[in-house]
Design a protein around this ligand. Structure first.
Ligand SMILES: NC(=O)c1ccc[n+]([C@@H]2O[C@H](COP(=O)([O-])OP(=O)(O)OC[C@H]3O[C@@H](n4cnc5c(N)ncnc54)[C@H](OP(=O)(O)O)[C@@H]3O)[C@@H](O)[C@H]2O)c1
Length: 264
């Protein structure tokens, strides 16, 4: 029985390249997306040799509308894609205040707009087919917005929010969604952002293979949100409970008494 095709963005390096390998090991054919055509072809040859699956590549710049459209068409009905992994993403080169607006905007184009469009196309197709899975790579910084570049943390909070919303929306359609929240993970993302890995506490740095293997184990366990380094999942569940407790108070006819709008 075939697993169908997994479309993996950001497959030319780091987390996406490991997903490609592990999903091929699980029997998926692959469609690999990133800008670097040569690296994609090299990886495709290695993976098809190692695992005997069909691997195709689609070089695309996902910061552009054309790049997104070229990939989205594979996610429309009729294509054999049954899993989407959104791993393509960039980290900022420096602080928010020290960044050029154009660079922050390009980060949002890739981390938010491209991920949104591919996820939306896949979600609609998979829901119609009543089969499929979407894995979105967010980041642990989505939970710690005060500590990092605002555009980056907000982009990763978007990924988390979109994934949680769709998980609820599509649960009746046999479509699985998972957001993965890596902490610091050894990949090229640091080089690309001009950050030396030597500046990072090794106790906080996970290997990319371990990250992906843990994330896939979380997927197998049915988790919607997976934090690969979190030893006690109860802490996450506690946070989710607190969020649910807020719900009945978030939209009411009157403002809260603590603002003193009404006498008495
Ligand atoms: N490493 C970490 O510490 C960490 C922590 C939390 C979250 N994450 C997230 O994990 C995801 C994967 O990152 P990584 O750590 O594996 O970094 P990486 O090794 O730099 O991989 C990034 C991938 O995205 C692709 N990419 C970059 N710009 C692109 C564009 N304009 N169009 C299409 N593809 C593009 C890159 O390939 P090309 O250059 O060939 O296009 C590469 O395949 C990202 O979303 C990142 O935000 C990483």
């Amino acid at each position: 029985m075939t697993m169908g095709t997994a479309l993996v963005t950001g497959a030319s390096s780091g987390i996406g390249a490991i997903y490609a390998d592990r999903l091929a090991q699980r029997g998926y054919d692959l469609l690999l997306v990133a800008r670097n055509a040569e690296r994609l072809s090299g990886l495709a040859a290695r993976i098809s040799g190692d695992h005997g699956v069909r691997v195709e590549t689609q070089p695309a710049d996902l910061r552009t509308a054309e790049g997104i459209a070229g990939v989205t068409r594979h996610l429309m009905n009729g294509g054999g894609v049954t899993m989407l992994v959104n791993s393509a993403g960039v980290a900022p080169r420096g602080s928010f205040l020290g960044s050029e607006l154009a660079d922050l905007s390009e980060l949002v184009d890739l981390n938010v707009v491209a991920l949104h469009d591919l996820t939306a196309a896949a979600a609609q197709t998979f829901a119609t087919r009543r089969n499929g899975a979407i894995i979105n790579i967010s980041s642990a910084v989505a939970l710690m917005p005060e500590h990092f570049n605002a555009s980056y943390v907000a982009s990763k909070a978007f990924v988390l929010g979109m994934t949680q919303a769709l998980a609820a929306d599509l649960s009746a359609c046999n479509v699985r969604l998972q957001a993965v929240l890596p902490g610091l993970t050894r990949t090229e993302i640091f080089d690309r952002a001009g950050i030396s890995l030597n500046a990072i506490d090794p106790e906080m740095l996970m290997e990319a293979a371990e990250l992906v293997d843990a994330a896939l184990a979380g997927f197998d366990l049915g988790e919607t949100v997976t934090i690969p380094s979190l030893p006690d999942v109860g802490l996450w569940e506690e946070m989710e409970r607190a969020r649910t407790t807020l719900a009945p108070h978030l939209s009411l006819r009157t403002a809260a008494a603590r603002f003193g709008l009404r006498a008495g």
